[in-house]
Ligand binder design. Structure first.
Ligand code: RB5
Length: 140
């Protein structure tokens, strides 16, 4: 399942992403925020993380203005590996090398089209494991 979370600055891109998944008949869980009214991104990273960790196959997509605050707060949870990606190459590497379970996007600096291509890359790239698994184990 795909879990969507955002703050006010990520709201529009999160809505665009939800629309993209709806058209593809892919179900998402949207944990908010649900409007452009100012709010605090750590609150939504926390709720998103809880949902992502309900099932090991879940993937989170979080959006704030830059993506920086969302990735910092999401990564406070030791079981979350959130990667702020601004390119398809980073999305592929975040999956291949880091086994990222949360993709973070910038609502203010990443266009809808770019975001969709980043998402497609993130969702279709597999973790390579091997030496990368050893390194990830050292996170804890
Ligand atoms: C909100 O204005 C903005 O600070 C937030 O969305 C994010 O960019 C923080 O990292």
């Amino acid at each position: 399942m795909i879990i969507l979370a955002c703050d006010h600055a990520g709201y529009q891109l999160k809505e665009d992403i939800k629309e993209f998944f709806n058209k593809e008949n892919i179900t998402t869980i949207d944990v908010g925020t649900y409007s452009r009214e100012s709010c605090d991104y750590p609150d939504f990273a926390k709720i998103g993380n809880q949902k992502v960790l309900e099932n090991p196959n879940n993937i989170g997509i979080y959006v704030c203005g830059t993506g920086i605050g969302m990735s910092m707060s999401a990564n406070r949870n030791p079981k979350i590996r959130a990667a702020l990606c601004t390119s398809v190459a980073f999305a592929e590497l975040a999956r291949r090398h880091n086994d990222a379970n949360v993709l973070v996007l910038s609502g203010r600096y990443t266009s809808k089209l770019k975001a969709i291509s980043i998402i497609k890359a993130f969702l279709t790239t597999k973790f390579e494991a091997g030496r990368h698994a050893r390194r990830i184990k050292k996170f804890s």
